[in-house]
Design a binder for this molecule. Structure first.
Ligand SMILES: [Zn+2]
Length: 246
């Protein structure tokens, strides 16, 4: 007898040294506990979002595109600091729930739009980091062409028009921006970052917030010094040569 775990069959009495799989599978149902390692990764980055003050309460959501094309996403109404493997939800790319006890995140439609329009993207991270969300609250995007590393790693961070959270207006608000950007300020709401891995999506969230904090401090000290066109072109070429052409 075998269990389907992480796209592989693991022999029940074979050489599997990850003994928690069968125990968890029996407790929560085999199909519900598939993709154990991806669940653990999602929980790890949920904890980081919470620990680093990028979300409060039950705010924010994370998702990963699974190898079978389905999406593993955080549940609605749960603190990202205390997620449990068995509470994560698996949905199809059309949004149909496949496994999980509760409801998928209220921003499921936004995540699905990212995966549909950007086939190379494997993870989404949505949070309400204080400095970047403060820019969103006053309807400002973050200025471009200030810090070289932000230009190379993220590029322009556009402001998506306000859309009521949890509605189909959210994916509509980012649709035009999606093809060319990996980080978005959602007006009067928060931030969305996307990546080829969950680590990349999370790191971009940290960078956006760190950058927003620096811009806020810099603007209180003096006038922002904008890099010249020649240097911006050089940095953008570097970005493209690193494979970060979006
Ligand atoms: Zn939100």
């Amino acid at each position: 007898m075998s269990y389907l775990i992480e796209n592989q069959f693991v022999a029940r009495n074979g050489n599997c040294n990850r003994l928690t799989f069968p125990i968890l599978s029996i407790k929560f149902g085999i199909s519900n506990m598939a993709y154990i390692s991806q669940r653990r990764v999602l929980i790890k980055y949920g904890r980081l979002l919470y620990k680093n003050g990028l979300v409060a309460g039950a705010q924010g959501n994370l998702s990963i595109r699974l190898k079978d094309g389905n999406i593993l996403i955080t549940p609605a109404g749960a603190s990202k600091g205390f997620l449990k493997e068995e509470n994560l939800i698996v949905v199809s790319l059309k949004g149909k729930k496949i496994t999980g006890r509760g409801e998928a995140s209220s921003e499921l439609l936004m995540h699905l739009a990212v995966y549909k329009h950007r086939p190379e993207i494997e993870a989404c991270c949505h949070a309400h980091p204080p400095f970047a969300t403060a820019f969103s609250a006053v309807g400002r995007n973050l200025p471009s062409h200030i810090l070289p590393e932000v230009i190379v790693v993220i590029g322009e961070i556009p402001l998506a028009k306000y859309a009521p959270p949890g509605t189909s207006a959210v994916p509509q608000s980012i649709k035009k921006l999606l093809p060319n950007h990996n980080a978005f300020i959602l007006q009067n709401h928060g931030v969305l970052t996307i990546g080829r891995t969950i680590e990349e999506a999370y790191n971009q969230m940290e960078i956006v917030e760190h950058y927003a904090k620096i811009v806020y401090i810099a603007e209180n000290i003096g006038k922002l010094n904008i890099l010249n066109d020649k240097e911006v072109c050089r940095l953008e070429r570097l970005k493209n040569s690193n494979g970060r052409n979006k």
